[in-house]
Design a protein around this ligand. Structure first.
Ligand SMILES: C[S@@+](CC[C@H](N)C(=O)[O-])C[C@H]1O[C@@H](n2cnc3c(N)ncnc32)[C@H](O)[C@@H]1O
Length: 163
C-alpha cells in the first residue's frame, strides 16, 4: 500500500490514539465515535461524532477501515452493514476480543461485565464474506501470567471479483 494516498477511518475511535499511528504512516485520519461531543481537528485529520451506521456514507476507495476494540459493541446488523460498505475500501483491520470455550474463567468473567454485548468467536472473523483474509492472529493478553483477554487481529482485503 502506498503511504500518503490512504486515509485511516477509525470507527469507535475513543480519544483517537490511532491518529498518531496514521500520522507516522503518512495516512490521513478520520476518527468517528458516537461518544465524541463535537467535531475535533487533529494535526493529520479529525474526529467526528458519528456512529458505525452513519460513517458508511463517508467511506472511500483509498480508506483503510479500522475497528479496534469496537466490533463487540456492534450488533449483527450494524456490523454487517459496515462490513458491506467497507468492501469499497482498500483494507479492513479488526482487533477485538473473542469468546471461546477454552477462555480462562477470569476472561469469561471480564467479558460478562464488558459493556460490549456482542463478543464473537474467532470463527466469525476467520472468513468474512466478500473479503480475503490476509492475516489472522489470535493471542492472549496476560496479567500476572494468566490469559485474561483472548484477543485477535485480522487484516482483510475486499474481493473485487465478488463486487
Ligand atoms: C473499547 S472502546 C475502543 C476505543 C478505541 N478504538 C481504542 O482502541 O482506544 C469502544 C468504543 O466504541 C465506541 N462505540 C460504541 N458503539 C459504537 C457504534 N455504534 N459506532 C461507533 N462506535 C461505537 C464507544 O464509544 C467506544 O469509544
Amino acid at each position: 500500500m502506498d503511504t500518503g494516498t490512504h486515509r485511516m477511518v477509525d470507527v469507535g475511535c475513543g480519544p483517537g490514539w490511532l491518529s498518531r499511528l496514521a500520522a507516522s504512516l503518512q495516512y490521513r485520519y478520520l476518527g468517528v465515535d458516537p461518544a465524541a461531543r463535537r467535531s475535533k481537528l487533529l494535526s493529520g485529520g479529525r474526529i467526528e461524532p458519528l456512529d458505525a451506521d452513519a460513517v458508511q456514507q463517508e467511506l472511500q476507495p483509498t480508506d483503510i477501515l479500522v475497528l479496534n476494540g469496537v466490533a463487540h459493541h456492534l450488533d449483527d446488523e450494524t456490523l454487517q452493514g459496515l462490513l458491506n460498505a467497507a468492501r469499497r475500501c482498500t483494507a479492513l483491520l479488526i482487533c477485538d476480543h473473542r469468546t471461546e470455550q477454552a477462555n480462562h474463567a477470569l476472561n469469561r468473567l471480564l467479558q460478562r461485565y464488558d459493556r460490549g454485548k456482542y463478543i464473537r468467536p474467532l470463527t466469525f472473523f476467520s472468513h468474512l464474506q466478500g473479503y480475503s483474509t490476509m492475516h489472522l492472529d489470535p493471542f492472549e493478553i496476560k496479567w500476572l501470567g494468566l490469559p485474561v483477554w483472548s484477543y485477535f487481529t485480522g487484516l482483510y482485503r475486499p474481493d473485487r471479483s465478488e463486487s
